[in-house]
Design a protein around this ligand. Sequence first.
Ligand code: FMN
Length: 226
Amino acid sequence: MKVSDALASRITVRQFLDTPVPLETVKELIEASKRAPSGGNLQPWNVHVMTGAPLKALVDDVADKLQEGVSETPEYNVYPPELVDPYKTRRRVVGQALYDLIGVPREDTPGKLKQLSRNFRFFDAPVGLFFVLHRQMEIGQYADVGMFMQSIMLLAREHGLHTCPQEAWARWPDTVRAHLKLADHEMLFCGMALGYMDETALINDLRTERETFENFVTLHGFDDVE
Ligand SMILES: Cc1cc2nc3c(=O)[nH]c(=O)nc-3n(C[C@H](O)[C@H](O)[C@H](O)COP(=O)(O)O)c2cc1C
């Protein structure tokens, strides 16, 4: 598969089949992705990969806590509290498109929360990954982990697999920490669901827009060389 095909076919999948992903495949994805660049070659990523009983224990634990109305202080603010435009609008548009697609009305807060809670089952994916960094790390290292994650997501396409990167897991830092036995200096950055897409699930029909080139690229000096 060409990189451009992997890029074009990578979408966020929010309903997976229960078809297992072999450990060999997971290893291949991670081994190849470790070639991702990182400032100073710090390789600041640490990855926890879950499947089977440990994954079930985690998602059941969160489900019980949601049922009891328990919540945790998020590991970090995923979005700025006062998100400005055009970002605020983009976020609203994609959220609305998702809820419209699955028929959850604007005012149906419980319906929206139910969909959000699907994150904490990894959307039924057989494999869940967690990306963990040393708390000491700065902005640059978060970008490095992002590149590492994108490498996994693109390589997954070569194997016919799909992914969902999941910042939502930052809402359950204490529970995830307990299940993964993280040390105090380890910071939960992001989760990721990995598996085979359920092609019949309506939610996987979501296709998102991107801004036009002119609206986010500023060219300098190209007139001179044309
Ligand atoms: C770092 C990161 C975290 C994300 N966290 C979540 C999440 O917690 N739950 C979710 O459903 N989607 C999550 N997404 C998916 C985005 O909503 C999605 O990438 C965006 O809407 C563009 O759609 P596409 O991935 O299908 O192109 C996340 C994406 C990224 C890059």
